[in-house]
Design a protein around this ligand. Structure first.
Ligand code: ZN
Length: 258
């Protein structure tokens, strides 16, 4: 482990544009359950029909009412309770300091909890949205909420009159164009990707890793088990997210003094 962290630190030093990509494994250690796997909320409550976006579009008012009245799937209730309690862990703070020191240039996260921003990371692309925000479906205008649970259905967009929903990308909903574009821009610039705690199964986010690889970027996979991504990764480290970032920060800091 220690040796591998040293190797990774060397790759980070040598890179011109290192990008971190995080998945559910990063949030698990803040108490947010994943969908998949043995501790996943789909495993516990059953996998829902993955068509929540068409449900929303059919009747947005009912959709919001269901959320206020808790007439929603149990797994959603558990997820949002965990979100309201979640705080960044040491790994989020280490990652924020690694970014501040310019060792890595940006973070693309599949997580919706906004914890990277709470921890102080700056150049963060939340590819599946942020649960503390609303977004207009027409013009992508985003509105910051102070909490995860609005107590009333939002008004139509003040700029264009479009339908407003959670910024979070629902199943069946396309990734907003502005987000897809900025993610792709980061991937195109990157020569090193550190993918942490992602099972690399959710498209199109996972596809970015294959694009990066095809453009010559090195891929480092950090995960508790091997995934589809392992086959195209240049390095695999078996580690949880928190200890990985804490160890990487220590290693980068100790080398920079020499
Ligand atoms: Zn709008």
């Amino acid at each position: 482990m220690k040796n591998k962290i040293k190797q990774i630190a060397q790759l980070v030093y040598k890179s011109k544009y290192a990008v971190v990509m995080t998945g559910a494994g990063m949030s698990v250690e803040s108490g947010i359950p994943p969908f998949r796997g043995t501790t996943g909320i789909w495993t516990k409550y059953g996998k829902p029909k993955l068509d929540s976006f068409s449900d929303f579009k059919k009747n947005p008012t009912k959709w919001w009412d269901d959320r206020r009245n808790l007439t929603i799937d149990k797994h959603i209730i558990e997820l949002r309770e965990s979100l309201t309690k979640a705080k960044p862990h040491d790994g989020h703070y280490s990652l924020a300091r690694i970014e501040k020191a310019r060792y890595i240039k940006s973070i693309i996260t599949q997580n919706i909890d906004g914890l990277d921003l709470v921890a102080g990371s700056k150049n963060v692309i939340e590819i599946h949205g942020n649960r503390k925000r609303l977004r207009c479906l027409e013009c992508n205008n985003r509105i910051d909420l102070e909490e995860y649970i609005p107590i009333y259905a939002p008004d139509p967009c003040e700029f264009c009159g479009g339908t407003v929903k959670f910024d979070t990308v629902l199943f069946g909903e396309p990734i907003p164009k502005d987000i897809m574009k900025s993610s792709r821009h980061e991937i195109d610039k990157s020569d090193l990707i550190i993918a942490v705690g992602t099972s690399a199964t959710v498209r199109p986010a996972s596809g970015l890793l294959w694009i990066a690889k095809s453009q010559g970027a090195k891929i480092i996979e950090v995960n508790i088990e091997k995934t589809k991504l392992t086959a195209i990764s240049d390095y695999y480290i078996k580690s949880k997210a928190k200890s990985f970032f804490v160890n990487l920060e220590d290693e980068l800091a100790s080398n920079s003094n020499h």
